[in-house]
Write a protein that binds this ligand. Structure first.
Ligand code: NAD
Length: 506
């Protein structure tokens, strides 16, 4: 056997998950899945054809009526079992995520816990889908409203949280009585297969949950398919906008969460040590590949900015960059070589447009195997710079100086992205003004990553979310159900007469 043959043998083929079983892709189109720590190809994921997509939707549709008719408590019991199985498999899942994504295993464990919390929330959904009832809205007339499932719904997810983001969607959708088709990111597809297998073990009927791997062909196929009632999307803004436009054009319900550029305001009265530690984790954790990562530090006053840099700089230089399986590692590699090149291009562009590169994360990393990159820190970032306007999605933090809180708020409110933001201060008055006047979907006060817990809902404003509903929590329940209002009377005698004017309750 040649060396090439040995290497080929180690590359696993990922399958679709249709009708409760693995199904090998048949389109002949595939994509490489990398091990970001080595840069080698570790697996190949199939890209679904439209025929495979039709088969998947048909299986989900066939299963959906019985699942919708299953009593909500029995649906919830599947999720109770799922919660237990997921917890038991969390180490395997964390290793799988880390292997394909490059985030540290500890970070992957954290994403699983945040996903588990949505499963726990979904276990209580029978209470949230109960309706409202009024006796005697008119004489002998009763009225009530109920929430019913939509049918077959689909979720399209990004690479950066291969377990948590799908878990933001399907536990809620399933508990509400829908069938769910997941189109995961092609860059780290294996976690979704484990999630599917555990659902089967938990007792979910075949066809109620499917995984269809693919690219634009699969996504556009889902958007156009007449048997899909709703689409949840999480990913970059240009694709989110496309998904929202095409999905709603076809009459679907769509929630499309997009990209981000999250600001953290540091007031002169903030506990600076606390703010520095918060910034370090929020900007460089998961190599900055988080939609809630802080990528802009807005320092109020030059003295605050200078003191911040003095404390933060040495810590950025000392970041422990290494294998994600090493417990001491703080930052693993980026998802791909192409993405690392894109981040490096932004760093170069920032230098070109006049920002001051205090720490260059490229040095010492880009010439080694794997997709590693160190942390970069810019000072003197200006609002009109490309490195400020655009999402970099890497370990790059820019510092922008403003004279006061009012200017900070105006700056943040003018940015196209409005996913998350935070203020670090000791002043309740400043925090109150900030939380009230800031036009951003998720806000933290001395909390750098204000990701809402499962019983609140997640979502940004402006170009960070297209659609009317945030994701998970009660907003998720509203998204995955439709309201029906019923008005009922049981006439005693046959004295009914036709009414030709608008009926009113008597
Ligand atoms: P992406 O937009 O490239 O991909 C997301 C999904 O869309 C994937 O499943 C992908 O296969 C599919 N896709 C990609 N290009 C497509 C196209 N042209 N047409 C149709 N489908 C397409 O995003 P990504 O790089 O995987 O993830 C990173 C992005 O996701 C960042 O912008 C990040 O901010 C964002 N994100 C947002 C949130 C949020 O809650 N707002 C959460 C996580 C990630």
């Amino acid at each position: 056997m040649t060396a090439t043959a040995v290497k080929q043998a180690a590359v696993t083929a990922v399958s679709h998950w249709i009708d409760g079983a693995e199904l090998a892709g048949t389109s002949g189109r595939t994509s490489d899945v990398f091990n970001p720590s080595t840069g080698e190809v570790a697996a190949q994921v199939p890209f679904a054809s439209l025929e495979e997509l039709d088969r998947c939707v048909a299986s989900a549709k066939a299963a959906s009526a019985a699942w919708a008719a299953t009593p909500p408590l029995r649906r919830a019991r599947v999720l109770f079992r799922y919660r237990q199985l997921l917890e038991e498999a969390s180490e395997e899942l964390a290793q799988t995520i880390s292997r394909e994504h490059g985030k540290t295993v500890a970070d992957a464990r954290g994403e699983i816990v945040r996903g588990l919390e949505v499963v726990e929330f979904a276990c209580g959904i029978p209470d949230l889908i109960k309706g409202e009832y009024n006796e005697n809205v008119g004489t002998g007339v009763d009225a009530w409203s109920i929430r019913q499932p939509l049918g077959v719904v689909a979720g399209i997810t990004p690479f950066n949280f291969p377990a948590m983001v799908p878990l933001w969607m399907f536990p809620v959708a399933l508990a509400c009585g829908n069938s769910f088709i997941l189109k995961p990111s092609e860059r780290d597809p294996s976690a979704s297969m484990l999630l599917a297998k555990l659902l089967k073990q938990a007792g979910l009927p075949d066809g109620v949950f499917s995984v269809l791997h693919g690219d634009k062909v699969a996504v556009d196929g889902l958007l156009a398919h007449p048997d899909i009632a709703a689409i949840s999307f999480v990913g970059s803004t240009p694709v989110a906008r496309h998904v929202h436009q095409q999905g709603t054009l076809g009459g679907k319900r769509v929630q499309a969460l997009g990209g981000a550029k999250n600001h953290m305001v540091i007031m002169p009265d903030a506990d600076l040590d606390d703010a520095v530690e918060a910034l370090l984790g929020a900007a460089y954790g998961s190599a900055g590949e988080r939609c809630m990562a802080i990528s802009v530090a807005v320092a109020v006053g030059d003295a605050c900015a200078d003191a911040l840099i003095e404390k933060l700089g040495p810590k950025v230089r000392a970041l422990k960059i290494g294998l994600p399986t090493d417990a001491a590692t703080e930052m693993g590699p980026l998802i791909s070589g192409a993405h690392r090149n894109k981040v490096c291009d932004y760093i170069q562009h920032g230098v070109g447009e006049g920002a001051k590169l205090l720490i260059d994360g490229r040095s010492g990393h880009v010439d080694k195997p794997g997709f590693f990159l160190g942390g970069s820190l810019f000072d003197g970032v200006q609002p009109d710079m490309k490195i400020y306007q655009e999402e970099i999605f890497g370990p790059v933090l820019g510092i922008l100086r403003v004279p006061d809180l009012e200017t900070a708020i105006k700056l943040i409110n003018a940015h196209p992205y409005a996913n998350g933001t935070a203020i670090f201060t000791r002043s309740g008055a400043a925090a109150r003004i900030f939380t009230s006047q800031i036009e951003v979907g998720m806000v933290g006060v001395n909390v750098p990553l204000p990701v809402p817990v499962a019983f609140h809902s997640f979502g940004g404003w402006r170009s960070s979310l297209f659609g009317d509903h945030h994701i998970y929590g009660r907003e998720g329940v509203r998204f995955y159900t439709r309201l029906k209002a019923i008005t009922q009377r049981w006439p005693k005698d046959a004295d009914a007469k036709a009414e030709f004017s608008m009926p009113t309750m008597k």
